[in-house]
Every structure is written in structure tokens, then in C-alpha cells.
Design a protein around this ligand. Sequence first.
Ligand SMILES: [Zn+2]
Length: 276
Amino acid sequence: MIELAQLIRHAPGLRKRVRKLRPVKPSKATEAWYRVELLQLVDQLDRIARAELLPLLQTPAVDRVARAEISTSFQVPRLLERIAQLARSFGGLQAQADRMAAQVASRALGDVDKRLSDGIRRSTKVDVTGLLARSERINATVQAAAKANVDLITSIPVQHFQRLAVKVEKGFAQGMRSAQLAKLVQEQTGVTKSRAKLIARDQIGKMNSDFSRVRQQDLGITHYIWRTAQDERVRDEHADLDGRTFAWSDPPSEGHPGMPIQCRCIAEPVFNLDPS
Ligand SMILES: [Zn+2]
């Protein structure tokens, strides 16, 4: 692959020795798209849980005591069994997860390519769009990211129903009445929604970091400056790294910016135009 430095050196009339580029930030729009997709999945789980589980506890024409007995002796095992079945039936989720993960990885790569080439064009007037072909390395990185997201997506319903089963069992052991089941379902939906949002935010950050690294290395950009989000939420370890230069081939112990969980730091590309 032709490296950026060569291109710039051979292009006449350009500002020479450009050393820094605008960092590539994760796309808010892609994060929002992914969040909506995942939340739709959680809504689906919520509807299923309500439709399938709540009627199991509606046993009309029995008094409270009898109903409590039915709950513990007959309904709870049936309920737990149904929850286990529901979790298993989400094996059918695979195709949905494959599609969603492939789409999010491809969008994240498109974002990185657009932002990186815009940044390079702005500071060097060189158009690298044509250089950003699907190299073997970027394909492998995109595939690995899609795979990680398939695993996360498919874990959502499994974890949702597992947690719900634990709550239901514990609730009944503590004498919970059937009417409270609806509330438990609702609570678990809230917990799963938070997890879905975290996955969307964190995965977009990780893909941005990973794809930026590979694209920059492919262009011959070997180093970056660590940049934090510059606010009070930056963790101390990352504040210490702020402004320091690292090689893509030799990250600090924290990993590259954006890779640690919930890390919002970004890499400002640096490249050396001095012929060596
Ligand atoms: Zn950070």
C-alpha cells in the first residue's frame, strides 16, 4: 500500500511536514442507531415475557391462600420452566444478531474512513479515499468486531431471562404475590435496557479505536498522541497519559485510547514526513 507520507512528499505545492491530524472521534449517530436497534430487541423480550409469563399466574376463582399455594407448589416451577424455554428459544436470534453486528461494524468502518480521510484532506489536501480499500488486515479486524458484537447481542436475551428467573424464584421464596410479578418483569427490562445502552456506547468506542489503528498503520502513520475528553469523568490513569505520544505497535498498559471499557479517550495521529 502507498503510504501517506510518500503521497504528500510527491504532491507538489503542499504544506510540508504536516505532523498532526484531527483525531477520529466515535460517531454519535452510529451509536444512536445501534442503541435503537438493541433497545428494540429488549422491547421484544419485554413483550414476550409479559405475554407468556403473566397469564401463567392468573388463576381465577381461588382465594388468596389457595392462590399462594398454587404459586409455590405448581406455578413457580412452571414459570421457571417457561423462562428457561424462552431463553432457549432465543437461539433463533442468531440471524438477527448476525445482521445487526455486520451492519454496525460496517457503519463504524465507514465512519472511521470518512473522518480520517476528511482530516487528512483538510490538513494536507491529499485525498486518501482511494487508498482505503478493504485490506486483509481491516477485513479481519472488522470481522473480529462483528463476532464480538454477535456474542454480546445473543447474550442479551439469555442474560435477561436468566436474571428474571433468579428474581422470580427469590420473589416467591420471600412470599411474593403474583401481582408483583409484573413489576419484576418491568424491573428486569430496565436493567437489560441499561446494559444494551452500555454495549452500544462501548462497542462503538472500541470499533472506532480498533479500525482507526489499522487504517492509520496501513497509511504509514505509526504514532499517536493520547487525548482525553478533558472533563471530570476522565479516569486518573488516562489523565496521566494525556498528551503523551505512543506507537500503534506499542500501546501503554491501558491499551490504545478507546479500548478500555467506557473509555472516551481518542488518538491524535502523528506522522513524520522527514524522509528517512
Ligand atoms: Zn480513557
